[in-house]
Design a binder for this molecule. Structure first.
Ligand code: GLN
Length: 486
């Protein structure tokens, strides 16, 4: 077996058993990045020197019998997560030259756990998009077929894990940006409950929706990484106080007795038949493992995309107001300060970010606020209540993650069509719920298809339990052809 096929758990065992050193493992991954990343382009920056220093520190800790589950294991961060001293771009020209003086709490936690950060990963600019084609630098390619997109906005994170150029990665999800690329790239992606993981140092897109989460090869790895990054953080006022459970504890408990609902609104025109088949197969597998499945209803789903595309742009308009050329990033010259603002924002932001900022400004403007923003917020409440009703009868919801497998590059040129692709993931963010996408089949073209499990607030452990049972049953073993190098 290739080292790049090893799970985080397996790598941890090899490192702690001294069969492999962190320095060797880091060099192995840096060499793979050099070989494979020119075709995939998951990385915006590679931090080879810093990674080698961290690996030596990890080896010292391991030599002394110390170190935990993640010590010495490489990882990579989506480029909207601040890492002190390292260029953090959000895949935008706007942040040219920006090196944050502090690290995100999630990065701090990983570094304290002995993680080796290999680099920063490509994304749609400021996390707005579903393909990484809105990166201001270059699109990332799907390792399964380099003519296709890896999904987005955490496309670099999903592609790196799928290509075996990072054992695991950290992404962010505002409307599906962890789960949809996970589905497109055949990896496991978790969007935790809103407030489970600190957002401190995550460059904000839409603060009431953003959450950080792990992308991994296996469900067990995902639980392990979430354990390392979750928890209360006084630096994030929306981080929920109290202890987080042990997410791995119940993994082996099986699916027996779980009640799983399939929302009837999600199985309509617009869902690719081969994706529907994978979801229905997954339901049958869970049934054969002793779960009960049934049809449930989420009657307000038709309004979710409209509500999200008012709330997210409204919040992004306000969060992105700080990029005016004054304090950091790009500054374009202007005759006076207003012209400097205008020139900097015009040159610094790409087309999708500009579209969102304008939509947000419109939705919040006087006279339109009640008609758009307020109604979107009311709709959000109705959507949350839909889930509460379902969760009175069911423990979990099973649904597609995305309506189709990975698109071809250039195929999503119409923004509205792109927005419609978020139909199964966006409502989960509006309700603040946790949801995981895991690979459950392949299309006829050999592209991976993910399914999504959605749980009650803070029931990530139950999600992992069901996902683990399904993962064992599916036994998804396919790998992109290009990963077969050493
Ligand atoms: N595709 C969605 C959007 O463009 C979701 C993005 C995200 O989750 N960051 O807003």
């Amino acid at each position: 077996m290739r080292l790049s096929d090893c799970s985080v758990l397996e790598l941890g065992r090899l490192l702690r058993g001294r069969e492999l050193s962190a320095a060797e493992l880091t060099d192995y991954y840096l060499a793979r990045i050099e070989k494979l990343d020119p075709a995939v382009r998951a990385y915006i920056s590679v931090l080879a020197d810093e990674a080698r220093v961290k690996a030596r520190e990890a080896d010292n800790a391991l030599a002394g019998g110390g170190g935990g589950a993640l010590t010495g294991i490489p990882t990579a961060l989506k480029d909207n997560i601040c890492l002190a001293g390292a260029a953090t771009t959000c895949a935008s020209k706007m942040l040219a030259g920006f090196r944050p003086p502090y690290s995100a709490s999630v990065a701090e936690k990983l570094l304290a756990a002995g993680a080796v950060v290999l680099g920063k990963l490509n994304m749609d600019e400021f996390a707005m998009g579903s393909t990484t084609e809105y990166s201001a630098f270059f699109p990332t390619r799907n390792p399964w077929d380099t003519d296709r997109v890896p999904g987005g906005s955490s496309g670099g994170a999903a592609a790196a894990v799928a290509a075996g150029t990072a054992p695991y990665a950290i992404g962010s999800d505002t409307g599906g940006s962890i789960r949809q690329p996970a589905s497109f790239c055949g990896v496991v992606g978790m969007k935790p409950t809103y407030g489970a993981v600190s957002r401190y140092g995550l460059i904000a897109f839409a603060s009431s929706l953003d959450q950080i989460g792990p992308l991994t090869r296996t469900v067990a790895d995902n639980a392990l990484v979430l354990e390392a990054i979750a928890g209360h953080d006084p630096k994030d006022s929306t981080s929920v106080p109290g202890e987080r459970p042990n997410y791995s504890a119940g993994l082996q408990d099986g699916a027996r007795g779980l009640r799983i609902g399939l929302p009837k609104e999600f199985f309509t025109a617009g869902l690719a038949p081969e994706v529907e088949k994978v979801v229905r197969d997954s339901a049958r597998r869970l049934e054969s493992l002793g779960a009960e499945t049934g049809e449930c209803s989420l009657p307000h789903m038709d309004y979710a995309i409209a509500a999200y595309y008012l709330i997210a742009p409204a919040e992004c308009g306000s969060n992105l107001a700080r990029y005016d050329g004054t304090r950091y990033g790009l500054r374009a010259p202007g005759a006076d300060i207003i012209e400097m603002f205008q020139a900097s924002r015009s040159a610094g932001f790409g087309p999708e970010v500009k579209r969102r900022v304008m939509l947000g400004a419109y939705a919040l403007s006087s006279g339109y606020y009640d008609a758009y923003y307020l109604r979107a917020q009311k709709t959000r409440t109705l959507i949350r209540e839909d889930y509460e009703r379902v969760f009175a009868d069911y423990d979990l919801i099973l649904s597609p993650t995305a309506p189709a497998a990975a698109y071809r590059l250039g195929e999503m040129s119409d923004p509205l069509t792109m927005y419609m692709g978020d139909i199964y993931t966006i409502p989960v963010n509006l309700a603040g719920l946790p949801a995981v996408s895991l690979p459950a089949g392949l299309t006829e073209d050999g592209l991976p298809v993910g399914v999504q499990l959605i749980g009650r607030h803070f029931e990530e452990a139950l999600l992992y339990r069901a996902a683990f049972a399904l993962e064992q049953s599916v036994a998804f073993a396919a790998r992109p052809a290009l990963t077969e190098v050493d």
